[in-house]
Design a protein around this ligand. Structure first.
Ligand code: F6P
Length: 502
């Protein structure tokens, strides 16, 4: 199939973007013939307002035609059916299977994988209940009071995001900690006030070879002490159970090679969140993600939230040539959302070789940045108002805060960045506005909403990869860098050894 970015439709979109060159929302807002209210869609307790994007109905129609030309509907069904879309690793990408509850059969290598997913979920639930009900005891017979997740990347960012987002639901008779760095003091700083008798370590690593994780897991083993105590104080979550057993960990929860690390939010990698909020709430998180999966699979593209979010991103990135996406969250509980999306998006679509092995001739994944919206106001907001760089943004707020100052400030920022400020008496205060942006509203930070929000962005990233014809499920750059790094480490060690012998 011809690269869509070289096709006539791509050229039409480029010409269209030129034709809109001076187009700004003000013009449209003032042009009463265009009803901006239509530029919104909602599903799974999430509302998307994209009326501040630099688009017309024609733009949307062309973008949807582009999606159809890329056989997006077939790709979506293939993703959820278990087609091996992770071409370079000859694997499926079945993060959606983790949140299936009906008797769907999903076949990978001629085997229905649902029984093992259900078995893993049941084992996870059993562990969660044993810990929360004080049945799981430490080596001296005391119940667990502190849970420490040792992991990095997708084995840390998702759990850290959901634990913070769902703090309202967490059991208050336990404390939750994350060790994710190789700072020599990370481990000691975390455990300095903890008691080995009542501390449980979750060693989260899909590969069980990540140096940072094993470095801290070894420290944890030494800190717990006697080997016969380890069984009560370690659980491994990994796709490599043999490696975990060899490391000395008896209890292992599985994940699979057809679940990418950055797509493992709904797997046992999120065990610490399930322990904290309880398995009923964790099932609600899975239900929210599953609800978004069904919406994504079944809805017309014109009302399909992941497809709309993706296509608007393609428009801004590839036709308005804005190669970054600012994500601002207006809720303290969503503080860890941006770091999580940074890995999900940039490790997936930060690619320049397409699925045919050709170097791409267009922009791919944007630079994702941002954080808490009100912090931005007192940090880099000046650049957003009067800087020389073009930015596009996703504002994320909670309906539960409507009427409160936080949402009023969110709306005020959106207004300034789109309508601008043109005060004749104060030219230095001129703000051009015209920032193309989305306003995403979730009802509240319920497990269901958080699950749906994560699935929304997972599928947005996937849709963009289909348009760009790149593989979002491998990370050859990271793997190559890791190998280079270890060669450098070994060389340095050899050099040091040689010097020490001189
Ligand atoms: O950064 C590379 C990577 O493999 C990520 O994709 C992954 O989330 C992270 O490192 C941790 O990997 P693991 O879960 O295998 O320890």
């Amino acid at each position: 199939m011809e690269q869509v970015t070289k096709g006539s439709l791509w050229k039409t979109l480029e010409d269209h973007s030129q034709s809109l060159g001076l187009y700004t929302p003000q013009n449209v807002i003032n042009n009463s013939t265009v009803n901006r209210q239509q530029f919104s869609a909602s599903a799974c307790d999430i509302q998307l307002d994209y009326s501040k994007q630099h688009i017309t109905n024609d733009t949307l129609a062309l973008l949807i035609s582009l999606a159809n030309k890329c056989n997006l509907k077939d790709k979506i069904h293939g993703l959820m059916r278990g087609d091996k879309l992770n071409i370079s690793e000859n694997r499926a990408a079945l993060h959606t299977a983790l949140r299936v509850f009906d008797d769907t059969q999903i076949i990978v290598n001629h085997q229905n994988i649902m029984p093992e997913i259900i078995a893993a979920r049941n084992k996870m639930q059993n562990i969660v209940e044993q810990i929360r009900e004080k049945i799981w005891l430490g080596f001296s017979g005391k119940p667990i009071t502190d849970i420490v997740n040792i992991g990095i990347g997708g084995s840390d960012l998702g759990p850290r995001f959901s634990l913070k987002a769902l703090a309202e639901f967490t059991a208050k008779d336990m404390n939750y900690h994350f060790i994710y760095d190789v700072d020599p003091n990370s481990f000691s700083n975390t455990v300095s006030k903890l008691n080995p008798e009542t501390t449980l370590f979750i060693v989260s690593s899909k590969s069980f070879t990540t140096q940072e994780t094993l470095y801290n897991a070894k420290k944890a083993m030494n800190w717990i002490g006697k080997q016969q105590h380890h069984a009560k104080h370690f659980i491994a979550v990994t796709a490599q159970p043999k490696k975990a057993h060899q490391f000395g960990i008896q209890t292992v929860l599985p994940i699979w090679d057809w679940v990418g690390g950055r797509y493992s939010f709904c797997s046992a990698i999120n065990l610490i969140t399930a322990i904290a909020i309880g398995f009923e709430h964790f099932n609600q998180l899975l239900a929210g993600a599953n609800s978004m999966d069904r919406h994504f699979k079944e809805s017309d593209f014109s009302t399909n939230l992941p497809v709309l979010l993706a296509l608007l991103g393609i428009w801004n990135n590839n036709f308005l040539h804005i190669h970054n996406l600012l994500i601002l969250t207006y809720s303290e509980r969503l503080e860890q959302f941006v770091p999580y999306i940074q890995q999900l998006d940039m490790e997936s679509n930060g690619k320049s070789i397409d699925n045919k092995g050709k170097t791409v001739n267009h922009a791919t994944g944007p630079i994702i940045w941002g954080g808490m919206g009100n912090q931005a106001q007192h940090s880099y907001y000046q650049l957003l108002c009067q800087g020389t760089h073009k930015v596009t943004a996703d504002f994320i707020s909670l309906n539960a805060f409507d009427g409160q100052i936080i949402n009023k400030m969110c709306d005020a920022k959106i207004n300034v960045l789109t309508a601008g400020v043109n005060d004749q008496e104060n030219q230095n205060g001129y703000i051009p506005g015209n920032t193309p942006l989305n306003h995403i509203r979730i009802n509240n930070y319920s497990p269901f909403s958080i699950g749906a929000l994560v699935a929304l962005y997972e599928h947005k990233v996937f849709v963009q990869s289909v348009i760009w014809d790149i593989n979002p499920f491998d990370q050859p750059g990271v793997e190559s860098a890791k190998h280079n790094y270890f060669r450098h480490m070994e060389h340095a060690a050899t050099e040091a050894m040689t010097e020490s012998m001189l």
